[in-house]
Ligand binder design. Structure first.
Ligand code: NAD
Length: 433
């Protein structure tokens, strides 16, 4: 199959490369010339484990290429995937669909022969109808189908998630288009991945319902963690105790500083906007959004409190800036609000993150960026672990203690146990314990 990806970011680049690895002939298009130049030079524009090798292998095999020329990429394709960004629109939280619609128009002007246009971007219910209208207007004689195929991969584990998904959702009411999609994903259902074919609007909603549910699970355990702190219970044991119940499941029950990243915050907001537009309130999700918003700065205040309620003139070492480990993505990371709260209270922040500092510098100017964890810790009044990168899980605690001015450790990811930290002579604050 000839497949074209419009947008070569976290989703488009990973999906396109994996499709090529399955043997399809793939072109990844992006209008960001710098991104394409880097890819043509064999350099990755994002950090995603395993991606560089997989790209190199498929480029070498002649199955994967990159271009800024959308027309050239689209003209002979069997399936064209739209994988452009859908950030929150300023002001009302609705998904900004301008990139999707612009791509649809350009695709309409470029398609030749029967083509299936696949919306992989996360888009509100009904967007497929509009994409279909735009393409039909741009190319009144074109032969095409529009399907929804939301993506569920997680940054940091994206290749494995794409190749071994829990399910593939195809929203299509057009048999011919569905057949093309089955061929596109054929290598995957040989891996026994269930394919769920639904109405297009249903598929669009599945993505939002899924993300809202996961955000709810996280927020639920975060509030339970707050209660644990008040009543002398341990949230890690509560998580385990409820997660072993198969009806609940153990995943997404890790208490922490609140969810962030490029999907949950914007997708929950967009779902609320849709719910308002259709007069079907989603009160649970409304509460989740409000609780999570409040939590990020509350985590900054928690650090201030652990430092004696006064951080003016003090220095905090922050380890971990990205919204989760194994990515360089800083979009809506809880670290942003945590650091801003510390700075608002008068603290200086020294920080280290294995992959996120280049992105972080664009968002957080007033931070002293360090080359490693111990450089960040040296001379600080407290250490706060904000993202649980593996390399922070086994810090040399004696060395940490000798480098800190005062042995204060705030662990917003519960990666240490209170006993081991107390034994090492620290004053320890974690979540829900
Ligand atoms: P991204 O910002 O990393 O990538 C989007 C790319 O599209 C950018 O490189 C941009 O230059 C390019 N682009 C925009 N308009 C274009 C056009 N007209 N022609 C060519 N290129 C164009 O975004 P992302 O994180 O890959 O997310 C893409 C979509 O996938 C979003 O809707 C997101 O919600 C969804 N999604 C993301 C993830 C994730 O983990 N990042 C997971 C599932 C779904």
């Amino acid at each position: 199959m000839r497949i074209t990806m419009i947008g070569s970011g976290y989703v488009g680049l990973v999906s396109g490369t994996c499709f090529a690895d399955f043997g399809h002939d793939v072109v990844c298009v992006d209008k960001d010339q710098g991104k394409i130049e880097r890819l043509l030079a064999g350099k990755m524009p994002i950090y995603e484990p395993g991606l560089e090798d997989l790209v190199a292998r498929n480029v070498q095999a002649g199955r994967l290429r990159f271009t800024t020329d959308l027309k050239d990429g689209v003209k002979d394709a069997d399936a064209v995937f739209i994988a452009v960004g859908t950030p929150s629109r300023r002001g009302d939280g609705h998904a900004d669909l301008s990139y999707v619609y612009a791509a649809a128009k350009e695709i309409g002007e470029a398609i030749t022969g029967y083509t299936v246009i696949v919306t992989k971007s996360t888009v509100p219910v009904g967007t497929g109808d509009e994409v279909e209208r735009i393409i039909g207007e741009a190319a009144p004689d074109a032969d095409f189908g529009v399907v929804s195929n939301p993506e569920f991969l997680r940054e940091g584990a994206a290749i494995d998630d794409f190749k071994r998904p829990d399910r593939i959702v195809i929203g299509s009411e057009d048999e011919r288009a569905t057949d093309v999609m089955r061929q596109v994903y054929r290598p995957l259902y040989l891996n026994a991945a269930p394919i769920l074919v639904t109405r297009r609007r249903t598929a669009e909603l599945i993505k939002y319902a899924g993300n809202a549910f996961l955000a709810t699970k996280i927020t639920f355990i975060n509030e339970i963690a707050d209660l644990c702190e008040k009543v002398g219970a341990d949230v890690k044991d509560v998580s385990r105790g409820i997660g072993l119940d198969n009806r609940i499941g153990a995943k997404f029950l890790h208490a922490g500083p609140g969810y962030g990243g490029s999907c949950f915050p914007k997708d929950t907001l967009a779902l609320l906007k849709t719910s308002q537009d259709y007069d079907a309130p989603q009160r649970i999700v409304e509460a989740v959004v409000a609780v999570n918003d409040n939590r990020k700065r509350a985590m900054g205040r928690k650090i201030v409190h652990a430092m004696g309620d006064d951080v003016r003139g003090k220095t905090v070492a922050v380890l971990g800036l990205t919204f989760k480990p194994n990515t360089d993505d800083m979009r809506d990371s809880p670290a942003i609000a945590v650091i801003q709260t510390l700075q608002d209270a008068g603290a200086t922040v020294k920080a280290y993150d294995p992959e996120g500092m280049e992105q972080a510098e664009k968002l957080l100017g007033d931070v002293v960026y360090c080359k490693g964890p111990y450089e960040a810790i040296e001379g600080a009044d407290a250490l706060a672990i904000v993202t649980e990168w593996d390399q922070f899980r086994a810090l040399d605690l004696d060395r940490v203690k000798s480098l800190l001015k005062t042995p204060v450790l705030i662990d917003l990811r519960n990666i240490y146990t209170p006993d081991e930290i107390a034994a090492a002579g620290f004053q320890y604050t974690s979540i829900g314990r």
